[in-house]
Ligand binder design. Structure first.
Ligand code: 13P
Length: 252
């Protein structure tokens, strides 16, 4: 019912020529992986070149951020209509943006609405910090982020959610499959409350945080987990290919 998705978030890595090289490295192998959706999210400046390279392929593109205004005097920002010519997906509300660029749920909500209006599919990121987890606030924080980020959003229409516990991002300390499955189940319940059971069953919810070829199966075996948002390992062609191949071979 839910097609698994593996999305690579390249973060602030790769120049245009390095991005081109990486796509050329992963392209042929990825093309052979069937039954899952394969998405790469290079930096803005590489999206045009990436678009040319994946044009004839099954690899889809995503951006890593978007501004909520359509156009105007917002020096340095990139709007949803601009991205809509280049990508299908856009990551919104990543914890690094929340942490370093002070994005609140309110801002994330505006970005989700702007992206949807332009026809983009958001990959909405949520996740608790270690302090919040240790204080027993995981459910409250994560479902709160989901609800506030989706306030006033009438239809999800292909929106994807990524559960990324902050303590697991770039630390090598991934959550366990069980931990991720449990929290993703809570997120699905929140979606069910907001949009009904049917939509909740159709909505893909990914896990992100130190996903590697060595642990991806542990996550993908869990019933609530529909894929992965991969950071570091998406920059190594051999690792990203392995993550995609292993996910596809589970035939979920
Ligand atoms: P890592 O896979 O490097 O932990 O990053 C996860 C992430 O933030 C993906 O968006």
């Amino acid at each position: 019912m839910r097609i698994p998705m593996i999305a690579g978030n390249w973060k602030m890595n790769t120049t245009v020529s390095e991005a081109t090289e990486l796509i050329n490295e992963i392209g042929p192998g990825l093309e052979e992986v069937e039954g899952i959706e394969k998405v790469i999210c290079p930096p803005f400046v590489s999206l045009c070149a990436a678009g040319d390279l994946v044009q004839e392929s099954t690899i889809k593109l995503g951006a890593q951020n978007v501004f909520y205004e359509e156009k105007g005097a917002y020096t340095g920002e990139v709007s949803a209509p601009m991205l809509a010519e280049l990508v299908e997906y856009v990551i919104i509300g990543h914890s690094e943006r929340r942490q370093y660029f002070h994005e609140t749920n309110e801002i994330v909500n505006k970005k989700v609405k702007a992206a949807k209006k332009a026809g983009l599919k958001p990959i909405l990121c949520v996740g608790e910090t270690l302090k919040e987890r240790e204080a027993g606030q995981t459910k409250e924080v994560v479902t709160g982020q989901v609800k506030e980020s989706l306030a006033g959003v009438e239809k999800l229409n292909g929106l994807v959610i990524a559960y990324e516990p902050v303590w697991a991002i770039g630390t090598g300390k991934a959550a366990t499959g069980k931990q991720a499955n449990e929290t993703i189940g809570l997120i699905r319940s929140a979606i069910s409350q907001l949009y009904g059971k049917d939509i909740a069953q159709k909505t893909r919810i990914l896990y992100g945080g130190s996903v590697t070829p060595a642990n991806v199966v542990e996550f993908m075996k869990e019933p609530e987990i529909d894929g992965a948002l991969v950071g570091g390992a998406s920059l190594k062609a051999i690792d990203f290919l392995s993550i995609c191949t292993q996910t596809a071979s589970l035939g979920k």
